[in-house]
Design a protein around this ligand. Structure first.
Ligand code: F6P
Length: 550
């Protein structure tokens, strides 16, 4: 018997009815009617707490969503991921980032081979390498200790490590600075090279495929710069290290074989910060802290694998996203870290979520008849309050938001942390409560405005409220909590993809631009006209070529 499609499931239809029954309800009233709302909609695991009471939910809503999760066999799909099934169906591969933080003795097999010995031995190699650099045993070509690490990589070979390095700045080694170069815009690498010394700089070339144009071109520039500033070919191996699953091309490119750390096909780029792709982070925070990062992620993995759906943080967050995206018409989801160190989180989650679930066919290749992954956006709180929060409060579009904040700070200056915390809470409260017309009028009356002025101004001061938010809390940005937080979002993304029945681990969409880019580059650089395509692209190519003719 064939399975009904997602929107044909009775659980989906029940959610449509349930949404209709809630559509006129205001969250203010829900809070008034249910004094136990905070305790009821509160969960925690692996050092992360989630208050999801400020959502468009009654006590009936989560059971409906859980029923959908069960109808979509989420428990079975979770086990399939941990078991190493080929859940990346279009590429016929497992997605085993959880193996990279598997701290137990359990084997994990891919095509009959236990991958854990290789994972552990790579961690061991990383440990030794990190120790040699940090202890100054491995030095630059003039025998000076390294002071700068430059990571060259893009996408998952950039965003995850960059996020984690910045998030753990309080743990950085006093001598080592860490820089990231990703963009093919030459200004990026030029600006980084301007401030560093070739004698004391270590380059990490980070590319799973070792075929990514941006990374290879930036590496060539770094290599030339090194050779023109005191280095020579024989010294390259002292300063250039690579992380890749494509050892052959890295060697052909000129990286010494012993300087290559492995990656594997069973790790997706956007899930790779836990592998040797995390080396820039490990070098700056040290291997002990890097292992703590892994252990935080592992604690979230254990929770995800074992906790009942009703208490399962990634499942709860995923279902809330489904609720708004598929039943309330939300197109977007905001990530708002109230933590300067976590300011890179929105960018990392944009890749994680949008590259994973920005899909329009099911795993079987059928077009979907429902919305899939939302637009992920956001930025550091409280800065956003003075910018885009206006749209959250009074705009016409719905964007649920995650407010993410530590309970304690690494930098207790003045009353900053209490003020930051107050800002965070006042935003979620304002988004939930809003301000009614009567409240706006009363406020203006108190300010002494006359009746006409009150009626003119009051509508502008009305804030509808009823805007959903999650508040995500943890003790402080430590390696463990950051590991758990990132893993939480990884698993949330997985659950949503599993419900939408999309392959969350491929990214064919990014390929077309790469293919077309090759032809266009050819036409920009060569004097012939090449094959014409469309008048816009042809016209723009012509403009560029006219500028660069001389
Ligand atoms: O272009 C997208 C992408 O394929 C990402 O999925 C990946 O993280 C990134 O490029 C970088 O790829 P690589 O690590 O192979 O250089």
């Amino acid at each position: 018997m064939s399975q009904p499609g997602l929107t044909e499931k009775p659980e989906w239809k029940a959610l449509i009815d349930h949404q209709a029954s809630l559509s006129g309800t205001h969250m203010r009233d829900l809070f008034e009617q249910d004094p136990g709302r905070f305790e009821h909609f509160f969960a925690n695991a692996a050092g992360i707490s989630l208050d999801y009471s400020k959502n468009l939910l009654t006590r009936e809503t989560m059971p409906h969503l859980m029923a959908l999760a069960r109808a979509c066999e989420i428990p079975e799909q979770i086990q399939a991921m941990f078991r190493g099934d080929n859940i990346n169906t279009s590429e016929k591969r497992p997605a085993l980032h959880v193996a990279l933080r598997n701290l137990g003795d359990d084997p994990i097999t891919v095509e009959g081979t236990d991958i854990m010995p290789e994972v552990r031995s790579t961690l061991g190699r990383m440990e030794e390498f990190v120790w040699r650099i940090r202890s100054t045993q491995w030095r630059g070509f003039t025998n000076k200790p390294f002071t700068d690490v430059v990571s060259i990589g893009i996408g998952g070979s950039f965003l995850g490590p960059k996020l984690v390095s910045a998030a753990l700045k309080p743990y950085w080694h006093g001598r080592l600075n860490c820089h990231y170069v990703a963009n093919i815009d030459g200004s990026h690498i030029t600006e980084v090279l301007r401030h560093i010394n070739p004698e004391t700089t270590l380059f990490l070339i980070q590319s799973k495929s070792f075929r990514t144009q941006e990374t290879l071109e930036n590496t060539k520039v770094a290599r030339e710069w090194f050779l023109h500033n005191g280095g020579d070919e024989a010294l390259i191996s002292k300063h250039f290290v690579a992380v890749t699953a494509n050892e052959k091309e890295a060697i052909d490119f000129g990286i010494a074989e012993e300087n290559i750390f492995p990656m594997w096909d069973w790790v997706g780029g956007r899930y790779s910060l836990w592998s040797a792709i995390g080396l820039p982070t490990a070098l700056t925070i040290g291997m002990e802290n890097f292992r703590s990062l892994l252990s935080g992620a592992n604690a979230m993995d254990q929770h995800f694998r074992e906790a009942p759906l009703e208490e399962n943080l990634p499942v709860i967050m995923a279902l809330l996203g489904i609720w708004y995206g598929n039943f309330w018409g939300a197109d977007a989801h905001a990530i708002l870290p109230y933590d300067h160190y976590l300011r890179g989180l929105p960018a990392h989650l944009q890749q994680l979520d949008m590259e994973s679930n920005g899909k329009c066919v099911t795993r079987a290749g059928q077009p979907v008849n429902y919305d899939t992954g939302p637009i992920i956006w956001g930025g550091a709180g409280a800065n956003g309050q003075h910018a885009y929060h206006q749209l959250l409060h009074q705009g016409t579009r719905m964007s649920p938001a995650d407010f993410i904040i530590p309970l304690r700070t690494h930098n207790p200056v003045g009353s900053h942390h209490a003020i930051l915390f107050a800002n965070c809470l006042s935003q979620t409260q304002a988004l939930m409560r809003g301000k009614s017309l009567d409240e706006a009028r009363a406020e203006l009356r108190d300010q002494g405005l006359d009746a006409d002025a009150i009626e003119t101004l009051a509508p502008h001061k009305v804030i509808p409220g009823n805007k959903p938010t999650n508040t995500i809390l943890f003790e402080r940005s430590t390696p463990r909590t950051v590991g758990a937080l990132v893993a939480l979002y990884e698993h949330k993304t997985f659950v949503q993809g599993a419900i939408w029945d999309v392959d969350s681990f491929d990214q064919w969409g990014v390929e077309l631009g790469k293919q077309l880019g090759t032809d266009i580059l050819d036409r920009l650089l060569k004097s012939g006209n090449g094959k014409k395509t469309d008048s816009s692209t042809d016209g723009l190519i012509d403009l560029f070529r006219r500028k660069h003719r001389d």
